[in-house]
Design a protein around this ligand. Structure first.
Ligand code: ZN
Length: 132
């Protein structure tokens, strides 16, 4: 398994990690199969969405803040239940096909680390699953 870290800057944000993954695939010489990308945190996660217009990430982040407000009647004493809920809503992993050492993403897609309780340093775990 490979790992890399991502330093987030805000409490809530989406960071495009597609380039990190592409560089890892090339560096390791992985050719055909799939990448299982996993975020081992309970207040962050991963998703695939549009990478062309940064307003999409802004809109998604604002929507998630509105959907699950921080100030609420949650019981968890750490005070970050909203981040735990957002993390589970988008999930901790993505699976991406790799062909000829290229990630098979749609034209507008990118893979994002979604921070819901930053800023922190987050880990991303990557497992290459070889196959033709
Ligand atoms: Zn917590």
């Amino acid at each position: 398994m490979e790992r890399f870290s991502v330093a987030t800057r805000y409490r809530e944000e989406m960071i495009n990690i597609t380039r990190n993954l592409e560089e890892l695939v090339i560096a390791r010489g992985w050719r055909d199969g799939a990448l299982l990308v996993f975020c081992p945190h309970t207040t962050a996660g991963l998703t695939i969405n549009e990478a062309a217009d940064p307003d999409v990430q802004t809109d998604m982040t604002l929507f998630m803040k509105k959907l699950v407000p921080k100030a609420s009647t949650f019981r968890h004493t750490e005070g970050n239940s909203d981040a735990h809920i957002k993390s589970s809503l988008l999930g901790p992993h993505c699976l991406v096909i790799v062909e000829e050492s290229r990630l098979c993403l749609g034209t507008w897609q990118g893979l994002y680390l979604c921070e819901w309780d930053g800023p922190r340093t987050r880990q991303v775990w990557v497992k290459f699953l070889p196959g033709s």
